[in-house]
Write a protein that binds this ligand. Structure first.
Ligand code: PLP
Length: 285
């Protein structure tokens, strides 16, 4: 499996970074995860726009042009293209001569990218849904930056796993923000609601795609903060992320969500999402 590192494509056991890399020392970097179907990236420009925003917010220059990123991804996906892949890319501030929070001038970013097969969704997810737990949102207040400093998300995923759940849904000041590694939607009385973007959560590409699909197919939605009590009363809860698509949540903190089965609105959204993927795979989007 090849890894792109600072302009070279290397076998994974030869792709090495210095211990002085600021990603290693400070978590000083940003990343993206981009799904690719049949050799075509899903929503490539929105992903690269979000990368630009994360880099701009942290004051790291984008080391590659959009064309260069595209050609790195093409090479990683291979010829003929491997079917369904997820591309991980990371840019750190680079390797500085000494460990100082303030980075010396002239340090070049460290750029890495790798592709791996995207696992197909387990069939029981569509029939039974997934379980989630809730926890206080202990993270910082720049959730819109896709930072590689992910220790809070790691802790939350561990807690979810221990509770036999897939994901942790976070709550700040009584309001739902997002999942540890996903965005959250709820359906109440036929209305789809998701918390608005801003500093509290990541503007998920899948979240935006789901809203665009909803809008195009006459599903009512609102981007509006809602309290955790409303989530507990929801008819449906969904999670969204690039690698997990849109998932139905059927248990929250051990209680059934709505009917306790994946709901009709989720089924509609999933059909739209699967259709969108097929169009990407066939190079039509
Ligand atoms: N929120 C957080 C904190 C995430 O880490 C992720 C993805 O990993 C998402 C939301 C979903 O974003 P996207 O749909 O762009 O994958």
């Amino acid at each position: 499996n090849e890894i792109y590192l600072n302009g070279q494509f290397l076998p994974s056991d030869q792709a090495k970074v210095s211990v002085m890399d600021r990603g290693f020392l400070f978590g000083d970097g940003v990343y993206e995860v981009i799904p690719s179907y049949g050799g075509h990236c899903l929503r490539l420009d929105p992903h690269l726009d979000r990368l630009d925003a994360s880099l701009a917010a942290t004051g790291i220059a984008n080391p590659l042009t959009r064309e260069e990123w595209r050609s790195v991804f093409e090479r990683l996906i291979g010829t003929p293209p491997a079917p369904d892949q997820s591309i991980y890319l990371q840019v750190t501030r680079g390797v500085a001569p000494e460990r100082d929070h303030l980075c010396a001038d002239g340090v070049e970013p460290t750029v890495m990218a790798v592709a791996k097969p995207l696992k197909p969704r387990k069939p029981e997810i569509a029939t039974h849904g997934v379980a989630c737990i809730t926890r206080p949102d202990i993270r910082w207040l720049r959730g819109e930056i896709k930072s590689i400093s992910l220790i809070a998300a790691v802790m939350m995923r561990r807690e979810a796993e221990e509770a036999g759940a897939l994901e942790t849904i976070m709550v700040r000041d009584g309001m739902v923000t997002e999942g540890a590694v996903s965005n959250v939607f709820m359906v109440r009385d036929g209305n789809l609601v998701t918390p608005p973007t801003g500093h509290l959560l990541l503007p998920g590409i899948t979240r935006q795609l789901a809203l665009t699909l909803a809008e195009g197919h006459g599903m009512h939605f609102r981007e509006e903060p809602f309290p955790i009590e409303d989530l507990r009363q929801a008819d449906e809860i969904w999670l969204s992320s690039s690698t997990r698509e849109v998932l139905p949540v059927t248990r929250l903190d051990g209680q059934a969500v709505g009917s306790g089965r994946p709901g009709p609105m989720w089924q509609r959204m999933d059909a739209l999402y699967q259709d969108y993927k097929t169009q990407v795979r066939n190079g039509r989007i």
